[in-house]
Write a protein of this length. Sequence first.
Length: 410
Amino acid sequence: MTERLDLQGRHIVLGLTGGIACYKSAELLRLLVKAGATVQVVMTAAAEQFITPVTMQALSNRNVYSSQWDAREPNAMAHINLSREADAVLIAPASADFIAKLAQGRADELLSLLCLARPAETCPLLLAPAMNREMWAHPATQRNVAQVVADGARILGPGTGDQACGEVGDGRMLEPAELLEDVIAFFQPKSLAGKRLLFTAGPTFESIDPVRGITNHSSGKMGFALARAAAEAGADVTLIAGPVHLPTPRGVKRFNVQSAQQMFDAVVPQATQYDAFVATAAVADWRPASLSEHKIKKEGKKVAPTFELTENPDILAAVAALPQPPYCVGFAAESENLLEHARAKLQRKRVPMIVGNLGPATFGSDDNSLLLVDAQGHRALPEDGSRVDKLTLARALVREIAQRLSSQTA
Ligand code: C5P
């Protein structure tokens, strides 16, 4: 599988201001470059107290700028030259002092000067605040943050937790991987802005006794990728997840459940509040008819126990049968005759779209290929039927869903 380069072709000015979180900016730079971006680092004098320009130069493979008097620029206008090339300026860490300067439009050193001089329409400003919790909570900082947001800046974070000063609270810079996810999301088209989407993902676990149960090989990766892609596209996303070991995509509200019944209870009563419901979960069709209160012991038993099974409720069919259902998308994991089975499922569940995939080839895997089936026909994602990573597929499927939602409301 080829590596996804989410920031290929993007040029980012990464600005560092004075704060201990500067040590994380080296890792952030590395991640931005690995994602395909070219990165121009600009540092304030205070930032250089925390990390050297040499580190940032080596990682970006470019000279680092820190002075508006830099003689390397022939026209002596680093603030103009650097910001005209950029697709975004990302300040990480953004100190309380630097945000205060931005709020006032001050420009007494290169980084604040280039923020002021950048073409705001084409070069957005992203700020990752990093400071002590009292500094972050101070009315002056909150006033300045509100001002820079009103002026068009986007605030990423801050995070919550342990601080270098020993205190605990709001104000930590987001982790480099989180910032990368936010920057990538920032550049995605907002085809689902203002929409609410509900997803199920992962397997269910149907208990036999307190230590055993029936489950399946679903990893939840496709559902989590779809939830991420929908959030990147600007949707308000809720994810009902079965037992999986996956981090929650940024900006997604996640609720964990175990059994099909719990998933049903988490989904069906609230489903009409959403514009679309996407059922990617591999829900167990049956569960043990009765749950043993204690572990079923092997000792003293001559014959193996047998289990009576009872059918689980069908979550997708129940949502589709609601009086004013959201736009419903089901998944079909098959081992053969994908199109035939997907079409049959479309009819049986009475949903407008079924996405088929080959179960054994997708479970746990990082890539996949999909067959999208609706009343109009069918098409492969990607078009040539090859395998691509699940986030790329998820973005393509989100575009398809967004088109259908907007033609519904048009
Ligand atoms: O019923 P079947 O497993 O063939 O259909 C799969 C689709 O139905 C998936 O979208 C799955 O999430 C959904 N489903 C459900 N509740 C069930 C069984 C399947 O929502 N009990």
